[in-house]
Ligand binder design. Structure first.
Ligand code: FES
Ligand code: FES
Length: 1003
């Protein structure tokens, strides 16, 4: 059918099938600013304005939009500089999003801007609750909503004609003196609320508080709240993402997923599917080579078993792959799936991890191609096994006055990035296979897929465009092989994109674990020995099995070493069995095993504290590892490499506790009986809780990143990095580091990441490594370039002959100039021009790489304040505070965004997120309605405090920031619930029913 649509004030003739959604038609017309994350009305990414009102374009038939005015993000704002053409610049809302750092991955941003526009078009003076209400229909998994809310309020002020303070581009962050303490709560600020947040109590400040390291004094770019280098394109909804690309003749791929949890495929008949008009290929295990590999995107050799095939004659979970289809459109591909006839021979299933290891259990991996790694043992369904003893644990227990034992449970949860997994593959003009993928690991993708596809590495090019969130979920080679096999089969471009349901049934998740703790403690609170056993469910495949659970111990059990004699000789045990079951595979998820560990450790510590009548903060700090001490696990375990001793150089934990407890008002609230009561609400009890945590920064002797910097004619630079910015802001912070060395503004760095053909190698975005590892590579490359520039500057000065002879080391770079102490100077533009066009011509360029021998841990104190309804068990988290030592903060706005977003994800882990399965292994949660992630109007107050230390192993003193906010929120919330009402919740999340039941057991 054909009809007219009024899109962005222009009439367009469109042709559509009767069932085509407005979303499909708009994207088909090239309005790629309209995103999608569910296509069932839950995520809001597809928001457009219909007659000025926000609607979900996925829920409206294109034909229904006839006669209405449709407005997409493409109609709003322009880049302020477009050559000779004068533009109106960005819309005030877009400008505010850019200035406040409201954009992380940017996938939800166009929808948020349009929703905000509708609000401000009708109400130029909204309050915070109204802004949150409007944004509540658009899920954001990155930001924690603070900065988007602030952006809308700021835009409103600008549109009202008010003067607003600069929030970025200023000369400094918010410095605070070393003895600074935040004011803490004021009267009325902590007013409780139940359910959604209709009473606004949060302070949406853009800039975090920072206690600045003195070593950074005088820096021009590092440490400053620079605008994100990609913000302008993202706020305009430019086609930056993997699916915003439509090569001619592209086919749509679909996968037939197994409906049963464990079965042999006896027979598979694809004839009826192949006969369907519009079907280009149907592939089963009989059609493609049988190559065993691991889907985990990790360095070589993969630290885990090789146990996967693109397609196999056996299925091992509900959602496993059975067949691939490529067709002219989605409807045909789906019909083809329905026409594939499969006869399954059901096999016994395993859903209980403990039973999986038992004698006589059915085996999930009996294939002869299985390749062991370390202690994997498929004959006992063991994907990995860990046995670490540090010191003499039994001796330590014997020296304790009391032994505390406890058992803890953590659920399977998922990353829930709003952009689904998506890939487009095609043959280029040289018959090289191009894989355009939303991946965190482009170089690992190329290496791992080469043998699977039967291509040499040199015939594969992986392009990583903008990523719409990943959080570890895209550290998996999950869908690229599907599209690639189909491109090889058909010779045509192929798009494969997970539906939201596929994200839930077939993508990776956080490992669920059952954890046992045993801790020996002296009367004075000294820990004498600490032991953890983790039974981890990796699901059907062992991707990340060893390393995720290894980190549960490596980071989770490293913090509390004990005091006195135990500091130098701690007694720590970490054992783990990581077992196969018929659940969907777990994998990498932000925090990478560490949140599971800290749930058990910090719940357990709280019980010890309360049992012994100790102060929770003093007990923790008394036993926590300190600067100058050995990382206890550094001699015991590393991720697939030989462990080597590592001393912890910096640890700001004491200051984190001091500042964090002031911000949450600990001293006024803890053990204050009056505060626990809520006047006028007899069923409510308030509580306060804490967790201390540590993470790591990259994997020592393993993670490597590289960077190239090239000088252009005008003195600007191309910065090419293999690192992958998945919304974290890494492109920006890497540019800041290069700009600092080269003495230029960040806008002179043109950052590109990443493309295996053009950018140097990088392991990718994981293990909190990018700012540290790739940043050090950038600093080195910039140093090489700066030496070339200073040499040429000296040459120019000497050519001029207007002063004393000059040596390169006398030249300083700043403000786009090369300058001498005597006042002479030459601009970088002149230097570049001289190098490229005049004397001894050369391309000034530098490439460097970096691999770290250490993994300096960031530390944090995380606090939670809750209100518990003791009649219903409902828990409302009122406030979260995180005081964190992540070394030097390169960009306070992007780093604060990481903390806020991470705390919000962790909040879901604490109180509502959980993936459950029925007795046949069918997922109960299959959409974003049943799997609830926090919305803008449900958020508690969030507060971030950076306690800078200067990590000496890095040129800019940085440590990791991205993962640590995941670690302590859940136990801090559960400890606060305990404080509020006495309910001990040992299995995460803290659901009302569990609290209600626990309250009924308290006598
Ligand atoms: S794609 Fe329309 S609401 Fe998610
Ligand atoms: S910035 Fe909102 S989903 Fe990434």
């Amino acid at each position: 059918m054909e009809f007219n649509l009024q899109i962005n004030f222009a009439s367009m003739r469109v042709s559509a099938l009767p069932g085509d959604s407005l979303l499909k038609i708009l994207r088909g017309l090239g309005f790629y600013g309209v995103k999608h994350g569910c296509e069932s009305g839950e995520c809001g990414a597809c928001t457009v304005l219909l007659d000025g009102r926000p609607v979900n374009a996925c829920l409206i038939l294109a034909a229904q939009a006839e006669g209405h005015s449709i407005q997409t993000i493409e109609s709003i704002g322009k880049h302020p500089e477009q050559g000779w053409r004068v533009t109106e610049g960005l819309h005030a809302i877009q400008q505010a999003f850019v200035e406040t750092g409201a954009i992380q991955c940017g996938y939800c941003t166009p929808a948020q801007v349009l929703a905000a526009k509708e609000l401000l078009d009708r109400n130029l003076s909204p309050n915070e609750a109204e802004v949150r209400q409007v944004l509540s229909g658009i899920l954001c998994r990155c930001t924690g909503y603070i900065k988007p809310v602030q952006a809308v309020l700021r835009a409103a002020a600008v549109m009202r004609g008010e003067q607003v303070d600069p929030v970025d581009g200023g000369e400094s962050a918010i410095p605070v003196p070393p003895d600074w303490l935040p004011l803490g709560p004021t009267a009325g600020e902590t007013g409780p609320f139940v359910g959604t947040r209709d009473v606004v109590t949060s302070r949406t400040q853009v800039m975090p508080q920072i206690q600045i390291a003195p070593e950074t004094e005088g820096w021009q770019r590092v440490g400053k709240p620079e605008r994100k280098v990609d913000a302008v394109k993202l706020v305009q909804g430019k086609p930056a993402f993997a699916a915003d690309f439509d090569p001619r003749g592209m086919l749509i791929a679909k996968v037939l997923h197994s409906p049963i949890a464990h079965a042999r495929i006896k027979r598979i008949d694809t004839r009826r599917a192949r006969e369907l008009a519009g079907v280009a290929a149907v592939l089963t295990w009989q059609d493609i080579p049988r190559v065993v590999y691991s889907t985990a995107g990790q360095s070589d050799p993969i630290p885990g078993p090789l146990d996967s095939f693109s397609l196999d004659n056996k299925v091992r979970f509900v959602g496993d792959r059975v067949a691939f289809v490529a067709a002219e459109n989605e409807a045909i591909a789906e019909e083809a799936l329905r026409r594939i006839d499969v006869e399954y021979e059901p096999l016994p299933t395993l859903f209980d991890p403990a039973a999986s290891m038992g004698a006589g259990a059915p085996l999930l991996h009996d294939e002869p191609e299985f390749v062991n790694f370390a202690d994997s043992d498929p004959s006992h369904n063991l994907a990995a096994q860990i046995r670490i003893d540090i010191g003499d644990v039994e001796q330590g227990f014997s020296e304790a006055d009391t032994i505390f034992e406890g058992e803890y449970e953590v659920p399977k949860v998922q990353q829930a990035h709003i952009e689904p997994h998506v890939v487009i593959t095609y043959w280029d003009e040289d018959d090289r296979l191009v894989i355009r993928s939303s991946t965190q690991v482009p170089f690992h993708t190329r290496r791992i897929l080469a043998p699977v596809l039967g291509l040499p590495i040199k015939r594969i090019r992986v392009i990583k465009p903008r990523i719409g969130g990943g959080f570890g979920g895209k550290q998996e080679i999950l869908i690229e092989d599907v599209a690639a096999h189909l491109t090889i089969a058909t010779g045509r471009p192929v798009l494969y994109e997970y539906t939201r349901e596929e994200e839930f049934i077939a993508a990776r998740s956080r490992h669920p674990m059952h954890i046992r703790m045993k801790t020996g403690v002296k009367k004075d609170g000294t820990i004498t020995a600490n032991s953890m056993y983790a039974l981890s469910d990796t699901g059907a495949y062992g991707c990340h099995a060893l390393t995720v659970t290894g980190n549960t111990g490596h980071k989770g059990m490293a913090l509390y070493v004990g005091d006195g004699q135990y500091r130098s000789k701690p007694n720590i045990r970490f054992y783990a069995d990581i077992v196969y079951t018929n659940h969907p595979p777990a994998g990498a998820y932000r925090g990478y095993g560490v949140p599971q560990g800290y749930w058990a450790v910090e719940r357990h510590m709280e019980k010890i504290v309360r049992e012994l009548g100790l102060n929770p903060l003093e007990f923790r700090l008394k036993n926590a590892v300190r600067a100058g001490e050995l990382h206890p696990f550094s001699t015991a375990w590393s991720e697939g490499r030989e462990p080597r001793p590592e001393t912890i150089e910096t640890n700001g934990l004491v200051e984190c506790v001091r500042q964090g407890k002031a911000a949450i008002g600990w001293d006024q609230k803890f053990e204050n009986q009056e505060w626990h009561q809520v006047p006028g609400k007899p069923a409510l009890r308030k509580g306060i809780g804490v967790a201390l945590v540590m993470q790591g920064t990259a994997i020592p002797y393993l993670d490597m990143g590289a960077a190239s910097i090239k000088m252009n004619d005008d003195g600007s630079f191309n910065l090419l990095v293999g690192a992958t910015d998945l919304g974290t802001g890494s492109d920006t912070v890497l540019a800041q580091m290069a700009a600092e060395v080269l003495g230029v503004p960040v806008e002179d760095m043109i950052t590109y990441s990443s493309d295996t053909d053009f950018t140097p190698f990088d392991v990718g975005a994981y293990a909190s490594s990018t700012t540290y590892i790739s940043g050090a590579a950038v600093a080195r490359a910039a140093q090489i370039v700066s030496e070339r520039i200073r040499t040429r500057a000296a040459h120019i000065f000497n050519e001029r002959g207007d002063g004393l002879p000059v040596k390169p080391e006398e030249v300083r770079l700043a403000d786009r100039m090369a300058a001498l102490p005597d006042g002479r100077s030459v601009s970088l533009t002149e230097i570049a021009h001289h190098a490229l066009h005049f004397t001894d011509q050369e391309q000034i360029m530098g490439t460097a790489s970096y691999m770290s021998p250490v993994s300096p841990p960031p530390f944090a104190a995380q606090f939670a304040e809750v209100s518990v309804d003791v009649e219903t068990g409902q828990v409302v988290v009122d406030k979260l505070v995180m005081a964190v030592d992540s070394g030097v903060i390169v960009n306070p706005i992007t780093a604060a965004g990481q903390i806020e977003g991470g705390m919000t994800q962790a909040l879901g882990y604490a109180v509502c997120e959980e993936m459950r399965y029925d007795e046949s292994g069918n997922a109960r949660e299959r959409d974003l309605r049943s799997y609830h992630i926090f919305q803008a109007h449900e958020m508690p107050e969030l507060e971030t405090i950076f306690i800078e230390t200067f990590e000496p192993s890095h040129p800019f003193g940085v440590k990791a920031v991205a993962e640590i906010p995941m670690d302590g929120v859940a136990p801090a919330v559960a400890n606060a619930v305990l404080d509020a009402c006495g309910a001990q919740i040992d299995d995460n999340p803290v659901l009302p029913e569990k609290v209600w039941r626990a309250l009924r057991t308290i006598v």
